[in-house]
Design a protein around this ligand. Structure first.
Ligand code: HEC
Length: 155
């Protein structure tokens, strides 16, 4: 199942290469979509943390983690050229344009995040609270390793 999924992702990534080099007609719309997905990531980690502390149900955490995991496959396509901070007509973004020249590293960081979210979801469904807490740290590190390199620092 996982192999089939990865093959599908590989095919869609290859198909996207040329589109990723063309700035979209509505950069702010694309930026808003990816920020929305990122906020969902934050919500999913929050729900996993609440579950680990016995403050939310398995179902609540699972719903958010599954949605976040599914969204990781959309993320790469939402970072086309022309949508980084400072790009002409790009609007408001904290994304750094180095994403476009380090595409494979950027994609690898998305994949690491996907794996961490998938692992968290599996642990939540098994009810393994202690392991959820530990894996949460790994997931946060995956987010942070991309933010520290490809997102502008807080003002
Ligand atoms: C592959 C790189 C990458 C990964 C992995 C990643 N992010 Fe992001 N994230 C970004 C970039 C770049 C932005 C800025 C987007 C923009 O403003 O256009 C961002 C923005 C955000 C935002 C929006 C608010 C803000 O301050 O800009 C949140 C919230 C966020 N990320 C949370 C997360 C969480 C939680 C995870 C891990 C589960 C995660 N991200 C994983 C690159 C990443």
């Amino acid at each position: 199942m996982r192999i089939v999924l990865l093959a599908a992702v590989a095919v869609s990534l290859t198909a996207c290469v040329s589109t990723l080099d063309t700035p979209p007609s509505n950069p702010q719309g694309v930026i808003n979509q990816r920020v929305q997905i990122m906020k969902g990531f934050g919500g999913a980690l929050g729900a996993a943390g609440a579950f680990a502390q016995g403050k939310s149900t398995e179902a609540q955490a699972h719903t958010k983690l599954a949605a976040a995991y599914a969204n990781t496959s959309k993320l790469g396509a939402l970072f086309p050229r022309g949508t980084a901070m400072g790009d002409r007509n790009a609007g408001t973004s904290r994304a750094l344009s180095t994403i476009f020249s380090n595409r494979s590293d950027f994609e690898a960081k998305i994949e690491a995040t996907a794996q961490a979210l998938g692992a968290l979801d599996a642990l939540v469904q098994r009810g393994a609270k202690g392991e959820v807490a530990r894996t949460l740290d790994r997931a946060k590190a995956a987010c942070g390793s991309c933010h520290s390199k490809y997102r502008a620092a807080d003002e």
